[in-house]
Write a protein that binds this ligand. Sequence first.
Ligand code: GAL
Length: 680
Amino acid sequence: MKRILNTNEFLHGGDYNPEQWWDEPDVINQDFALFKQAKINTVTVGIFSWAKLEPEEGNYDFSWLDSIFDRVEEMNGHVVLATPSGARPAWLAQKYPEVLRTDNLGNKRGFGGRHNHCLTSPIYREKVREINTKLAEHFGQRKSLVLWHISNEYSGECYCESCKNAFRDWLKNKYGNLDNLNHAWWNTFWSHTYNDWSQVNPPSPLGEMGNKGMNLDWKRFITDQTISFIDNEAAPLRKITPNVPVTTNMMAGNPLMDPFAGFDYQKVAKHLDFISWDSYPAWGNDNQTTAELGRNVGLVHDFFRSLKHQNFLVMENTPSRVNWHSVDRAKRPGMHELASLQDVARGSQGVLYFQLRASRGSSEMFHGAVIEHLHPEQTRAFKDVTTVGKDLENIRPIINTNYAKARVAIVFSYDSYWALQDAESYSKDKKIWQTIQKHYRYFYKHDIPVDFVSVEDDFSNYDLLIDPMHFLMSKAYLKKLASYVKNGGRVVGTYISGVVDENDLAYMNEWPKELQDIYGVEPLETDVLYPGQSNTLNFDGHEYKAHDYCETLINCRGKVLAKYASDFYQDTPAVVEHEYGAGKGYYLACRTDYDLLEKFYEKITANLIPEFPVKKFSSNISIQVRENKDQKYYFVQNFSDKSEQIKVDGELEDLLEKKIDRGEVVLNPFGSKIYYKKGN
Ligand code: GAL
């Protein structure tokens, strides 16, 4: 059965920890009064509440949470109920020390912190299953329960004996025998051949860190361990509450805004019903404009939406500031509304915060909150949240729409990302995510919807695939890509692609045949440049710079779109277009600045640029569409601190200000318009 988040309004609210205030009923009364004022309709409860839910082993006390459900139901609100496995009570860690993690130096961790548990420990899994069962039995029939939020921001690894044994079992299952493993990991190198499974250990600075196959398999193992932990958590929830979807909050890094890569989110997503993520961009930082950061955030929204190719939820963001960036700057006036509406524009079914009320003590006491310690109703955060609450009410029908269909997709493979990052060559920082961001910039500028695809996704719905720095390509992927192009698809590939196979072993003798067929060339050598060095290339009569990586190409059978202008490969091809079957491959052999990518994509995307009933004149403006078969909604947003002009063709209804706009319209600094147009 397909379980989806099913509400008729946007969720607005967030992490709430009333257990911290249980002996102060006035505080809780004040919270609910303020929720009403700020148009908060959702609380996410139970995260990190295990000690209050099960104060002693087997002795559960859910009465406090019952009364929170009652209060939420009195206001016709929603509860996102978390399972508490992200942090465990002291009694549990003391009685069953095996549940705590061991690091890669063999140090056993003590009680404390959070996310400090072994993913393999049978006792921990059993304890989690027990409390999840009790929670589902107790709260499963509550009408306000809309979503299960399992654990919190899964991450991390454990290197205890049970995890080592589980890794060995995983390897036995994958390779069958040690000969296969020795070959796949190329273990004759440095005499690393194993002749007994007990000799195999996870990567560790105390032992082996340089074995590429091992490092890659360890990441894959951690992915599978996390998945089996998730399945274990979710099993009782799915059984007892078959209609309530299961999610967990995913993460993106800061300041790069790259998706967490500790394990493979694309694989994990298959074990969740719904995707949610925690969005903490450093708005107002000193080295990026808001428009640039807005673009990177748009990209990562697209990444998370694409994990299931359906709407998602921003599970956390801050109403003002965090407490863990290098500088915890609060959002500028207007920024919170802009960012929140961007979440919705890209497919979020709500705007949720960490946190509704600020803790009084401990590590997150100074993190921004809807309800702060002092003058809670007067803070900018509270007022900003109230504004967003009103906006979400005004745009309520949009809940029944989806993000516009994309015809362009970026291929992202965790295996390839890990393997290339781990490759001891090229340069230390290969800037893979920055490369994706640079290609994406063109599509963002023209408001062309972009999806991400995994190597296992169906490509047939896309006109154009962007496949940059795809270092590790499995034989299955090569076949699939070739057949996509042969059947009429187009793909843009770049330098450092198709270098190794699924075991991280180099392809031999010639570049994979499929890539030669697609791109009509073969790379021979990669010239790696120091940061201060560059080459030039000529494209359409203009000179552009090449940096970092310049591949020399041989056996060129395609149309040369650009040639290098200097160095020992002067006058050799740098950008090649090649027809294959009914489709085309474009190969960019070097890293360039954005200016070349812009010219290049202009040539090949004319059929992809959408037409809107509203025109923009600046790349600070983003126009995103959510739609269903009868309706279209245009989110027009100004990511700059200056006013910008737009032009409406005919008339459009502005849902936020509830009026009709015509002709030239001014968008305020950080301002948004959400226009409705009937029909498709
Ligand atoms: C998230 C986490 C929350 C809280 C928040 C602070 O990563 O899930 O529990 O710590 O960060 O920004």
